[in-house]
Design a binder for this molecule. Structure first.
Ligand code: BMA
Length: 830
């Protein structure tokens, strides 16, 4: 096969709103690309991520676009096929070549192939006309009946990334374009239409790769025999293909002794084996000129989700290679709303950040995309498990045609594409649609209209059982396994997966402890982006932040949640007074985000194995915005990221309420026992010891030991002036009996020393009195500066050493407001 990428195109607005200077203008445009990236690259639109530019480019949503190039291909030989392969079209398109219609498309989540052999031989215009997806979706809603959804525009009526139309963390841009490569492919006789390797490990430890191969024959030559070779590492299989064969399975077996298992990070290594599939003409005597090849990687591991009934309800536990694994996870959204800008390098950086926060799972959420092969490759290499939603989120979806056929086609294609990846551990039917149908007033509004249940309970499990039977499937997130939504509420914390959104929307984060969910697949709290990101995207150029900035048009355009700032303030108020000053408010709300989520994670982990996973909403952002993300839209880590790193550490000491009293929960998520002495001390904030207790403890591998803290050590005398510190094996947990705003915290509890050190500075910080949330924000001095830790709580007398990378930073500025911050400096002097 000869394959050539078509990268040079032109873009022209064809109808709908167009500013005068663009009307009739054809702009050179790179593919992969979209309307937005093409115009942005030529400075023809302002950067929609900056200031209020999102509004300035809103016209683009209802514009029709033409992508065009000249296809200059030699004529096809009599037995030669010439195909055009569009790997991804965003979204509603009609295509033509030299004036002849090729077909139309309406699904960005699948690829399209057109046989153009009869149309090549002379230069011809290849034209892709894109209609605005929202206009098509509105017409479709009109045609088949509008369905409930979480946002204003009918994203449920067209197979375009749901968050294209805006989300509570995302802009509403609605790109249109060729978002994946376009290729001309010339081939003879036959090609590999689809290769799906399914690696399994049997109970006796032997491994097997079933390589499913689908072949398309050209239909132009006399059908003769073919040969398919498969090589997995240095093992192989070969099969002769009789004429007329369109597909089958080749098996490669691996002896038990040679199966090296793939493990999630923290549980073992990630051995990956190259796999190559080659198609030859004839009976295999001549292997010099393959017709087609396919290559990838596979690995050996098993994965199940254990959904057993027990005394607490119904479990939801990942079991990898027979071993139960606590999922330390984060939800993943597309890393850039302008998808074609997401590079492998950027994905690698983001997955490294996930690993850096001690995560072992990412959930690819249903309002985004099936991610690129790069994403799953990186996760394979780094041992990050991937939970993949089918792309349906927060809406009732029509089951009428063509929707049903489109969904089935996209799932078949993507399930086969992702099947080689050991990181993929779960297919999940949708995000919140079963819950929404049950709870959000959809039933009444739907009447007799379809809403998607056929997909979740019938179509998806059937297609997946056929295409990839090696992965577990869950109906939706949240759901209660084994029950109908009528029997058990889909979001019942005692059964299966649970989304905790009452915190954030309605109630204080202290209420995270009200439930012990079996698996927390969404929970989270908002906080603003880092200062340097705000500075680049939303803050005015002046050094000072203008009065009322928080309520300004630009700041609110980058805060998409309903009453987002109100929820931030109400979420802060029980813990700290809400600052008027924007600089303090920014720090306080970032800190509160970190506190809230850390509180939840420590609670969930303390309940292992009853709670078997915590997937925080959300790891990343797709542009600069106030959101639930731990890493902001410019890739900078927010205080939440550091809080996750503390809360998800392999070994954790946390003080939790149990049986009416307090207990130290010692969480050991490693394969080694954790032995030592638990030392608890009740002290004044200044460090005077009031009571102590000790106990010798061994925490078994992958388990939690609860050490009751009783008697004097837990008997607080003055809740505003005392703190409980628990140390074990080098880790520390703090408990206070009062909210920060009611603690008599010293407003200036730190002694600091800065010394130059390697590529930056060593900042040593010693607490003279209890210092909470000690954080350096070096991006205040230099947008490139970074620090290795944040949100550190220090009892009186304790020292922390921070490493700041960066050059030319003023040492004095490094240890002063607004760079060095604490929770103390948000509390009025006690
Ligand atoms: C859940 C998610 C997203 C949303 C998040 C925050 O519903 O599934 O739809 O962004 O909450 O509101």
């Amino acid at each position: 096969m000869i394959s050539r990428e078509l990268t040079d195109w032109t873009l022209t607005a064809t109808d709908g709103p167009v500013p005068e200077e663009l009307a009739g203008v054809s702009v050179p445009a790179r593919v992969p690309g979209t309307s937005h990236t093409a115009l942005l690259e030529r400075d023809l639109i302002p950067d929609p991520y900056l200031g209020t530019n999102e509004t300035a480019v809103a016209w683009m949503r209802r514009t029709g676009w033409r992508w065009a190039t000249v296809l200059d291909e030699p004529a096809a030989a009599p037995d030669e096929r010439v195909d055009l392969l569009f790997e991804g079209i965003d979204t509603v398109a009609s295509l033509s070549l030299g004036g002849t219609a090729l077909g139309s498309t309406a699904n960005m989540h699948r690829s399209y192939r057109f046989d153009v052999r009869s149309l090549v031989g002379a230069p011809a215009d290849l034209v892709v006309d894109l209609r605005p997806a929202v206009v098509v979706a509105e017409a479709e809603a009109e045609r088949i009946g509008t369905r409930p959804m979480a946002y204003d525009q009918p994203f449920n009526m067209v197979r375009k990334m749901a968050c294209s139309f805006g989300w509570d963390w995302g802009p509403d841009l609605q790109t249109a374009g060729l978002w994946k490569p376009v290729r001309v492919q010339r081939w003879r006789v036959a090609r590999l239409a689809r290769v799906t390797p399914l690696a399994t490990v049997a109970d006796d430890g032997t491994g097997r790769v079933d390589v499913r191969v689908e072949i398309e024959t050209s239909g132009l030559a006399e059908a003769g025999p073919l040969t398919v070779d498969v090589a997995v590492g240095d093992r192989g299989a070969s099969t002769g293909v009789p004429a007329g064969w369109s597909g089958g399975t080749l098996e490669v077996a691996v002896d038990a002794g040679e199966v090296d298992l793939w493990w999630p990070a923290g549980h073992g290594d990630q051995p990956l084996h190259p796999i190559e599939v080659t198609l030859y003409e004839g009976d295999g005597t001549d292997r010099s000129a393959p017709l087609d090849t396919w290559s990838g990687r596979v690995a050996f591991r098993t994965v199940e989700v254990v959904t057993d009934r027990d005394e607490h309800g119904t479990s939801f536990v990942f079991r990898v290679n027979g071993k139960r694994v606590f999922a330390r996870g984060a939800n993943w959204i597309p890393d850039d709303h302008l998808l074609t800008r997401i590079t492998r390098e950027r994905l690698e950086q983001r997955v490294d950040q996930a690993r850096g926060a001690h995560l072992n799972l990412l959930r690819v959420w249903g309002g985004g995309i099936y991610e690129s092969d790069d994403f799953y490759d990186v996760c394979d290499e780094k041992g990050v498990m991937v939970w993949q939603d089918v792309l349906l989120a927060c809406a009732a979806y029509p089951e009428e045609e063509p929707h049903r056929t489109e969904l089935e086609a996209e799932l078949r294609e993507n399930a086969a594409r992702l099947a080689p990846h050991p990181s993929l551990v779960l297919w999940n039917g949708n995000n919140e649609n079963i819950w929404g149908h049950e709870d959000w007033g959809w039933k009444e509004r739907l009447g007799d209209l379809t809403w998607g249940e056929h997909y979740y309970y019938e179509l998806f499990p059937r297609v997946l059982a056929e295409v990839d039977p090696t992965r577990p499937y869950s109906d939706g997130s949240p759901y209660s396994p084994g029950f109908t939504p009528q029997e058990r509420h889909p979001n019942d914390p005692d059964h299966g997966t649970h989304h905790q959104w009452d915190v954030w929307n309605r109630i204080d984060w202290a209420h995270y402890r009200d439930d012990v969910p079996r698996f927390a697949s969404e929970f989270g709290f908002q906080g603003p982006a880092t200062w340097a990101t705000l500075r680049r995207a939303v803050l005015p150029d002046s050094a000072d932040v203008p009065e009322g900035f928080k309520d300004s048009e630009v700041f609110l355009l980058h805060q998409k949640a309903i009453d987002g700032n109100g929820k931030l303030d109400r979420g802060l108020a029980p813990h700290l007074d809400v600052p008027d000053d924007f600089v303090d408010w920014h720090w306080a709300t970032q800190l509160n985000q970190a506190r809230a989520v850390r509180y939840a994670v420590e609670h969930y982990r303390s309940w292992w194995p009853r709670t078997a996973g915590a997937i925080v909403w959300q790891l990343n952002d797709c542009w600069p915005v106030t959101s639930w993300a731990a890493v902001d839209g410019d890739g900078r880590r927010k205080p939440l990221w550091y809080a996750l790193r503390h809360a998800f550490a392999d070994r954790l000491v946390t003080v939790q309420p149990r049986d009416g009293g307090l207990a130290a929960a010692l969480v050991n998520d490693t394969d080694e026992p954790w032995t030592g002495r638990v030392e608890a001390a009740r002290t004044t904030l200044g460090g005077e010891v009031l009571a102590t207790s000790r106990a010798e403890v061994t925490v078994e591998p992958r388990s939690v030991t609860l050490v009751p803290l009783a008697g004097d050590v837990a008997a607080v005398a003055d809740s505003s002036r005392e703190v409980l510190t628990v140390s074990f094996g080098g880790e520390r947990g703090l408990h206070r009996w009062a909210e920060s705003k009611d603690l008599a915290l010293d407003p200036a509890p730190l002694r600091t020393a800065v010394t130059p050190d390697g590529d930056g500075y060593r900042v040593e910080v010693t607490a003279t009195s209890l210092a909470l949330g000690v954080t350096l924000l070096p991006d205040r001095l230099d947008p490139a500066a970074q620090v290795d830790d944040q949100v550190v709580d220090l009892p009186a007398g304790a020292t922390a050493v921070f490493h700041v990378t960066g050059t030319g930073l003023d040492p004095e500025a490094l240890t002063a407001r607004p760079v060095l911050r604490t929770e103390n400096d948000l509390v009025r002097a006690g």
